[in-house]
Design a protein around this ligand. Structure first.
Ligand code: SF4
Ligand code: SF4
Length: 134
């Protein structure tokens, strides 16, 4: 917090999810050192791309939650996501009196997404497709 009482814009307050970008690859959940990401999905069939193609499937996200009672704000999940679906947001007012209430589901994570700042000048080209969708 600076002298005027404002948080730096890139504070690690919480983690926002842009679920349109999430392919349910599970990389973030596998790399999280605290196992605090909870992701569920189901498969949906897709038609073949051509007459000789094979049937395809895609994963549809059913649940994406982060247990902030375990999260240590290391940022590994954000760094490893290959599809730019996770972002730091500066919000920090999500206190709770029960551990269970510190697990936040996709709806809350999406709300935090909109508080995430746009990419810094010169940031990677794919970073923050979200900023174009606001
Ligand atoms: S910031 Fe670190 S501890 Fe928290 S969910 Fe991401 S990988 Fe896990
Ligand atoms: S790494 Fe990214 S795309 Fe993969 S499951 Fe996590 S948030 Fe979704």
């Amino acid at each position: 917090m600076n002298a005027s009482g404002e948080l730096p814009v890139r504070s690690r307050g919480t983690i926002g999810l842009l679920e349109e970008n999430c392919t349910v690859c599970m990389l973030c959940a596998r790399e999280c050192p605290d196992w605090c990401l909870h992701i569920d999905s189901h498969k949906e069939p897709l038609p073949p791309l051509g007459p000789r193609g094979r049937p395809r499937v895609r994963h549809v996200l059913d649940r994406f939650a982060i247990d902030f009672s375990l999260c240590m704000y290391c940022g590994i999940c954000i760094e490893v996501c290959p599809f730019d679906a996770l972002f730091w947001a500066p919000d920090f007012g999500y206190e709770a009196t029960q551990h269970a209430d510190l697990t936040h589901e996709r709806g809350r994570l999406r709300e935090w997404m909109w508080a995430a700042p746009p990419p810094a000048p010169g940031a990677g080209s794919t970073e923050r497709a979200a900023s174009d969708q606001r």
